[in-house]
Design a protein around this ligand. Structure first.
Ligand SMILES: [Zn+2]
Length: 136
């Protein structure tokens, strides 16, 4: 069976602060961002689920050299977050001072929002990207 969660639908949901994932009907593992098959058992029979967008920071990196078009955002911090539902996703961390990040960030609880990146000559339009802020 083919699931209906395309990357476009995932991105449109993200623009409304909704994080969608795919739950494997065989082993229950949640895959996000969407892929054609379960990240654990490769089963393709999956259903769309809405995730809470909350989790904890597993690791982070602060970026001082930006890719093309993102120089004015420097410095910024990227985090790898383990969601409460299991999957790990990458996003920007906000509401902190990127110049003062320490190892204390690891294990901190965060909540997800999103940031809109304008489309460039390589993409079809605006793309949303996960954005995390520390839970208070
Ligand atoms: Zn599976």
């Amino acid at each position: 069976m083919e699931h209906k969660l395309t990357f476009k639908a995932y991105n449109e949901a993200l623009k409304r602060n909704k994080l969608l994932g795919l739950r494997c009907k065989d082993c229950g593992t949640i895959t996000v961002p969407p892929k054609m098959a379960c990240r654990k058992c490769a089963n393709q029979d999956m259903e769309i689920v809405e995730l809470k967008g909350r989790g904890k920071i597993q690791t982070f990196t602060t970026v001082y050299v930006a890719p093309e078009g993102r120089k004015d955002e420097l410095p910024y911090t990227i985090v790898l977050v383990e969601l409460d539902e299991g999957p790990w996703i990458i996003g920007n961390l906000i509401d902190i001072n990127p110049g003062e990040t320490t190892m204390e960030l690891i294990g901190k609880r965060v909540t997800m929002g999103h940031k809109l990146f304008p489309g460039d000559r390589y993409s079809a339009g605006d793309a949303a990207s996960p954005l995390f802020s520390p839970e208070t």
